[in-house]
Ligand binder design. Sequence first.
Ligand code: HEM
Length: 264
Amino acid sequence: MGDNSGGNQSLKVSADSMLTVAEKAPLTFQKKLRSDLDSKLPKPYLARALAAPDTENVHGTWGHKHRNMSVLQQHVAFFDQDDNGIIYPWETFKGNSVFSMIMKIICMILSGFRDLGFNIFACVFLSMLIHVAMSYSTLPTWLPSPLFPVYIENIHKCKHGSDSTTYDTEGRFVPANLENIFSKYGHTKTDKLTFKELWHMTDSSRNAFDFFGWTASKLEWGVLYMLAKDSEGFLSKESVRRCYDGSLFDYCANAQKGAIGKTA
Ligand code: HEM
């Protein structure tokens, strides 16, 4: 018979049930979870539909308009530059030179990547990959489209395995999971990741035999690192958080415009 008597006994059981480490699972010691989050952010476990808050920005990104889209929809909305809810591969390509026009016709798939400052080859590669990999799952019909559109309404259907689980299945944002990325892998600095730590993070998040998810994850985090790393080679929590709600892309595009303005 189990011993159900005594307040202390039940307190002890509660304490164990709250532990985040298990002696026989050393990884749980190495990859630490934050247990202080609820003192810094209300309900950190609650998946947010419209905003991407963290402990430093409890309301999400200041001045960023959610337009009643889920956080995942906001992540991709930057690439829908004519704002019709469908991201066509070519629609956002900017440039009127002959070379640009040729690239536009050949590739049909260059996107807002150009605005973010990626070179033309990276744009071609990334746009092709994203539209080929993601278009079909988002289509409203069974028929595939040769134009490879991505429907923002259905972008949650592109969720894949081996990710950080910071987006939930419906495209909401789970603050605790963002914080846990940094408590688990940010060993050099608590709120930043080096490239090595980022690589380790994507390796550790792998699900068995999930080849698509492994590759997608490496690419997503690799491109983010290229886009947002600082001069010392760190990727900050703030950049990652703003990547989730897409406000990072507006920021980078504006910075890029500014840089071009200065050199013109
Ligand atoms: C420079 C451009 C982009 C960067 C740096 C980027 C980066 C990321 C990152 C870091 C994640 C989080 C993955 C995780 O939590 O493990 C993510 C998720 C996602 N991104 Fe992007 N992304 C970009 C553009 C796009 C575009 C253009 C689309 C589609 C049109 C897209 C669709 C998605 C989707 C569907 C997810 C959810 C995947 C999941 O959590 O399973 N992204 N992206």
